[in-house]
Design a protein around this ligand. Sequence first.
Ligand code: FES
Length: 319
Amino acid sequence: MSLERTLTVRVERISRQTPEILAFELAHPWGRPLPAYEAGAHIDVHMPGGFSRQYSLARAPSGNASYVIGVKREVGSRGGSASMHERVREGDLLPISAPRNTFPLREEAKHHLLLAGGIGMTPLLAMAQALAARGADFTLCVFARSEEHLAFADALRAPALAPHLRLHLDQGDASQRIDLRALLAERAPNTHLYVCGPGGFMQAVRDAAAHWPEDALHTEYFAAPTDANTTTGLPFTLKLARRGITVPVAADQTAVDALHEVGIDIPVSCQQGLCGTCVVEGDGEGAEHRDFCLTGSERKTRVALCCSRAKGQELVLQL
Ligand code: FES
């Protein structure tokens, strides 16, 4: 369970975006400002039924009077999106986490290419608005089935974004799909690519951008890929440099669980390597990274303890 501090927000407004997507505007119950955030950030929402899910903030920061999230009702979901759609009403109070950002804009980029598949548009919409506000050079490509399935259409077509928007509606017809390999064949100098969307879309973009430098490709996953192994592996030892102790991790145990057994609680949320809550400083070069939230350079000095393991027999952490 998460040890992070939660805050309570009121559901100010619920608006239908598409047949499957609702937008929720969340505000402080007494009208106070909410914690500041950067474009690309997400929050954990603790919803009726005991579910907790991460949702990206779908609007660039502006005064922090409210947050906006988009929730797609997933077919066969584990209950989180159904709970939001069926049980949450305007005026309800919801516990949430403070925003966290594992998908930030890169200051060093000269051009930003944002690729959004379906509901994956939410963090990229906020990023596009933030880039437009600072006059940055960017392109936002949004992929959706049809106009009916296009969420946040008004925000996308706002005058500040319209000149940067490339909208691809395939009408559910594979022959209409954009050729990602052609789109990503050339990389203009200092272009950074940001991707968010369903698993198949993410994989297609990763394949098409395989020749891009790893540090120029930034992804935000909603769920771990179905073939991901985030728990088991070989046993190893955690060496806690600050405490001067070692902690054994069994083959069927995560590092978080092993640390909990010796009284060291690491905050967790998604427990799938997605959200970054459990990331600590350590010898990333000695880790077998299984997360989906750290960049190549971050992995040199950080490790997500809910899923990653040691490459060899020992992993050194700054704990
Ligand atoms: S708890 Fe989310 S990345 Fe580990």
